[in-house]
Design a protein around this ligand. Structure first.
Ligand code: URA
Length: 239
């Protein structure tokens, strides 16, 4: 897909999301929140669903959780406009309750189509509802900071999923905030790994699309940070 085609596909999906009445959440929303970011990015962050501020503005992660997400991204030298940020459900669940299974199912085709258009190398899941889509059966206390091959049925044809706690949980619990900084520090290395997997070889794709068990990144790369002193830093840039 060319860049204009990708942009047009994402805008078409966003227009459908804005008009969507497929589940009960449309009745209580102010604005739906399709998602936003760089259409050419290699990294997509998937949260749970819009909260109060997102519902008002029609943009993802613009409240306190969003402020923390921006800080986490800055920790690895990235900006929110370098990545794509979206949610499992695109309309706010009333009173910030958990999204219900039928609401997640009703919204799933939008996320699948966004991922088909974006074709990311890495999907970072934020919180357990997002993780359940990309790492079914995983428990967040064990799976955060680990990587698993994404099932192409999600729409991401050739991607690694990386699980993180939801930033709102990090805001509530200092230990989770510390874990979140440690976890995001591993994402550039996961991206390098994903790029290697995606490089075509004469024998075809480097790895099969079979799901793999969750495995933490190598300990020595887990905390690696891009920095001026790091020889790999130029490779870690998203552009
Ligand atoms: N929490 C989410 O999961 N998504 C948002 O967009 C904002 C807060």
């Amino acid at each position: 897909m060319t860049e204009p085609e990708r942009r047009a596909a994402l805008e078409a999906i966003a227009a459908e999301v804005r008009a969507c009445t497929n589940c009960r959440l449309h009745a209580t929303r102010t604005r739906s929140v399709p998602g936003e970011g760089d259409p050419e990015t290699e990294v997509v962050f998937v949260g749970e669903g819009p909260g109060f501020n997102e519902d008002r503005l029609g943009r993802p992660f613009v409240g306190r959780a969003g402020d923390l997400l921006v800080k986490l991204l800055a920790h690895v030298g990235w900006r929110r406009e370098d990545v794509f940020i979206t949610n499992v459900v695109k309309c706010r669940p009333p009173d910030n309750r958990d999204p219900q299974p039928d609401e997640i199912a009703a919204c799933a085709p939008f996320l699948r189509r966004q991922l088909e258009a974006l074709d990311p190398a890495v999907v970072v899941t934020l919180g357990r509802f997002s993780m359940a889509t990309f790492m079914p059966g995983a428990r967040i206390s064990q799976a955060h900071g680990t990587v698993r091959r994404v099932d192409p049925a999600t729409g991401a044809a050739d991607a690694l999923a990386f699980a993180m706690y939801h930033p709102a949980a990090a805001l509530r619990t200092p230990a989770i905030e510390r874990d979140s900084y440690a976890d995001i520090a591993a994402v550039p290395a996961v991206l390098l790994d994903a790029r290697r997997h995606r490089e075509p070889t004469e024998a075809g794709p480097a790895i099969s699309s079979e799901p793999e068990p969750a495995a933490p990144p190598e300990p020595e790369t887990r905390l690696a940070l891009p920095s001026a002193a790091d020889e790999t830093a130029p490779q870690l840039t998203l552009f």
